[in-house]
Design a protein around this ligand. Structure first.
Ligand code: A3P
Length: 296
């Protein structure tokens, strides 16, 4: 019944050299002409790298003290609009961002670096990029595409993994995405580059890095509250962060807050898939200083 109300799953197509689906390109003109404010903070990620985690963290940092009810009464996609989002029947990301009265605005995007609207660069906005190792990222993306009816059909795991390596995913190649933002960061001090694995290893340390980047200082009590609020179990339980209010996602197939682990790829990759993947990875990642950890 639920399936019947939904349009068919979208198809991938090439858009300015990147694989995309129409839900994230239909509003291209107004997204590209988006007027940033100097205090806007962008959260940029390849899908499934920890976007919601860092979005909730930043929201708690900025608004947890003055409006503690916000984190338990407003879904994450209203607190942190998804800039390029454009699905019929729902406000676009641009509309949500433009109607925001709280400041700073926290704005999420999955765009590769070359797609970010130019106003964010002109206004010298701060950007927090979050990256996740390719193997866990691919696994997480696979389960997400299985349960999310506005994503393309994932097919089976072997074919999905193959397409992941070819960059035939929504928002294109993981390799190009993480490298593109990494190169940009080398010359732009307004970009903070975080790793999912570091967040999982030591949230306190990463929170301190984020605060120093943003020029925030927390009391010990505030710091503990944020750390508690962004814990996997807390976010999984919280209907304002677990996407349970979204009807295009079928949690019977897989929940949004799925495992939250580093190294779950070991439960998915066969030995030969892993060898082939490593070989391909080496080739694609030769000319970069960017290094990931696939276990902690
Ligand atoms: P898994 O599918 O591996 O569980 P995004 O928000 O970019 O879509 O990323 C979703 C991934 O981040 C999911 O990974 C999800 O479980 C994980 N995640 C979300 N919140 C988390 C948290 N508080 N701690 C650890 N992982 C979290």
């Amino acid at each position: 019944q639920k399936e019947m109300d939904l349009p068919p799953r979208p198809e991938l197509f090439e858009f300015h050299g990147v694989s995309m689906i129409h839900y994230f390109t239909d509003n291209w003109e107004s997204v590209q002409n988006f007027q940033a404010k100097p205090d806007d903070i962008v959260i940029a990620t390849y899908p499934k790298a920890g976007t919601t985690w860092v979005s909730h963290m930043l929201d708690l940092l900025y608004f947890g003290k003055c409006s503690p009810e916000r984190g338990s009464s407003m879904p994450i996609f209203e607190r942190v609009p998804f800039l390029e989002f454009c699905v019929p029947g729902l406000p676009t990301g641009v509309e949500v961002a433009e109607s925001m009265t709280s400041s700073p605005r926290l704005i999420k995007t999955h765009f590769p670096v070359q797609f970010l609207p130019k106003s964010f660069w002109e206004q010298k906005c701060r950007i927090i990029y979050v990256a996740r190792n390719s193997k866990d990222n691919a696994v997480s993306y696979f389960h997400f595409d299985r349960m999310n009816m506005v994503e393309p059909e994932p097919g089976d795991w072997p074919s999905f993994l193959q397409r992941f390596q070819e960059g035939k995913m929504v928002f294109g190649s993981w390799y190009d995405h993480v490298k593109g933002w990494w190169e940009k960061k080398q010359t732009n001090p307004k970009i903070l580059y975080l790793m999912y694995e570091d967040l999982a290893e030591d949230m306190g340390r990463e929170l301190d890095r984020v605060c120093s980047f943003l020029g925030l200082s927390l009391t010990e009590e505030e710091r503990c509250k944020v750390i508690e609020g962004v814990g996997f179990d807390a976010m999984k339980k919280n209907s304002m962060t677990n996407y349970s209010t979204i009807k295009v996602m079928d949690f019977k197939i897989s929940p949004f807050m799925r495992k939250g682990k580093v190294g779950d790829w070991k439960n998915h990759f066969t030995v030969s898939q892993n060898e082939q993947f490593d070989k391909e990875y080496k080739k694609k990642m030769t000319h970069t200083t960017l290094r990931f950890r696939t276990e902690i």
